[in-house]
Design a protein around this ligand. Structure first.
Ligand SMILES: *Cc1c(COP(=O)(O)O)cnc(C)c1O
Length: 496
């Protein structure tokens, strides 16, 4: 069965999966969605005997139907290899009466690796399939995690170059060090005098500059984006929910068809949307529990039906969830509007002009798969401490938001179904917040790398390669530019 993709704001014309991956965003500003969700028509018995890579093939081949078996397997094998420090790729860890799905065993120790390690291969394969002869130039603005994961994913991938812009004083010291030490002949990292929004706006401007686009084309290049709205990032994220369920089944922890709940610490709504797609494929998931930090725009939306970004932007200890516009929510809105692009477009235009929109009661009634709640900074810190003290297991701040919200859910509903919590970052990535949550007096005065060693001692988990690597790594990137110099910097890098 062929799956085609259409825009959430379009007239209904469709593109193939590989074209959707190449384009990233539709020209009308909408997001690509599959015209139907394929069924997971393979038994749990079979899936439970498979490796992560095999499960990845079963899931992804049902969505990316214009990729040949050989092409897709080649992408999968290049992505989920020794870059991950465990053969399981996404292992489940039992603690605190639930199962933590550890999505942080890749090159940059955050869950972004799950999709960004395969996107470069999907993209270059898609380019070949569509007779694109140019080299692909990835431009990305980052507030920290995405930039490094994209750099690691695209480093030395033939036919690509990647340029990452980050706000000079807007990322953590560890995040900056991770980026400026990036290896690879095709990687470029540029600090910007400005904030994340300035960097993002600068990148968008370059994307929309038709003159520059033509110049680039002439020189054998074309731009693309590694942004989380690309379906090439969404589809690989469905895999680990299927794999987690199959792992529980394999280990005799659930019976066939038994429903489980899933908790996801949410920012841009990509990860939880992947879980929703897994459910719609037929995976026995009951509730999708959407966990927010103090930027609780999604919690308010699930409660009231009004999405309202007109509020203070709060900086928290879970920065990857500090977000007021959850881009991927548009895919859910489109769906609960009855796949009505006109209706969706109107709401998205209201979001742009008014900063808010309200869905109808009829639409709201279709959100019963979801439960939303949020955790304050105090609750997040207290949960890290409690789970460490009770179980000896150390979780990161984002995962702790999810674990805190899960507790509220159980208290409110009494629902004790087996539950998987998406664990989106290694505690080593947010060492200071994690260690200060455990014992602020003891750890507050220590340096970042002293804390790393302390964390290793108390968690009995050895320091990941991603952290060891930057301890003494050589600085390879030192370009700093004004925002309005960004186009010039790109041209200079590309030699045009
Ligand atoms: C990106 C990120 C999230 C949020 O995921 P979305 O798909 O944007 O909802 C949560 N935790 C961590 C550590 C992340 O890097």
């Amino acid at each position: 069965m062929e799956i085609l993709y259409r825009s959430t704001r379009g007239e209904g014309s469709t593109v193939t999966a590989s074209q959707a991956i190449l384009k990233g965003l539709s020209e009308d500003g909408g997001l690509f969605v599959p015209d139907q969700i394929p069924a997971l028509d393979i038994s749990m018995e079979e899936l439970s005997g498979m490796s992560y890579q095999q499960v990845a093939y079963e899931v992804m081949s049902r969505f990316l139907t214009d990729f040949t078996e050989e092409e897709l397997k080649n992408c999968i094998d290049h992505a989920y290899d020794k870059k991950f420090d465990t053969e399981a790729i996404a292992p489940l860890k039992k603690a605190d009466g639930t199962y933590f799905l550890e999505l942080f065993h890749g090159a940059t120790i955050a869950f972004k690796d799950m999709a960004l390690s395969i996107l470069p291969y999907l993209l270059t394969t898609a380019a070949k399939k569509n007779d694109v002869k140019n080299d692909i130039v990835i431009l990305t603005a980052t507030s920290g995690d995405t930039g490094k994961a994209a750099l690691a994913g695209f480093a030395d991938v033939p036919g690509t170059k990647i340029i990452v812009f980050y706000p000079k004083d807007g990322v953590s010291p560890i995040q900056e060090k991770q980026m400026v030490t990036q290896k690879g002949k095709n990687t470029y990292v540029v600090a910007i005098y400005g904030n994340f929004d300035d960097a993002q706006t600068g990148v968008k401007k370059i994307f929309n500059d038709t003159e520059m686009k033509a110049e680039l084309y002439e020189a054998g290049y074309q731009f693309s984006s590694a942004n989380s709205i690309n379906i090439g990032r969404l589809v690989p994220q469905i895999v680990y929910y299927v794999y987690a369920y199959a792992s529980l089944y394999r280990d005799g922890l659930i019976s066939e068809g038994e429903k489980i709940n899933v908790v996801v610490p949410t920012g841009n709504f990509g990860n939880i949307l992947a879980a929703f797609y897994a459910k719609n494929m037929g995976l026995p998931i009951d509730k999708l529990i959407c966990a927010s930090n103090d930027n609780k725009v999604l919690y308010d939306f699930f409660v009231t039906g009004e999405y309202n970004r007109n509020r203070e932007f709060i900086l928290t200890t879970s920065p990857s969830m500090d977000i007021l516009i959850s881009s991927n929510l548009e895919r859910l809105i489109y769906r609960i509007a009855g796949n009505d692009a006109e209706k969706n477009k109107k709401l998205m235009e209201e979001l742009t002009s008014e900063g808010k929109y309200t869905i109808t009661d009829e639409m709201k009634a279709q959100l019963s798969d979801f439960y939303g709640n949020y955790a304050s900074e105090e609750e997040t810190a207290a949960t890290i401490k409690r789970i460490y003290e009770e179980c000896g297991y150390v979780i990161d701040t984002h995962t702790s938001v999810a674990a805190s919200v899960y507790r509220k859910y159980v208290e409110e509903t009494g629902d004790t179904k087996k539950t998987v919590i998406a664990s989106t970052a290694s505690p080593y990535k947010f060492t200071r917040s994690v260690m200060e949550a455990i014992d602020s007096e003891k750890y507050a005065s220590m340096s970042d790398f002293e804390l790393v060693d302390q964390l290793s001692e108390i968690s009995k988990v050895s320091v990941p390669n991603a952290i060891e690597e930057i301890r003494n790594a050589e600085i390879r990137h030192n370009t700093v530019a004004e925002v309005d110099e960004m186009p010039g910097v790109v041209k200079k890098i590309l030699g045009i």
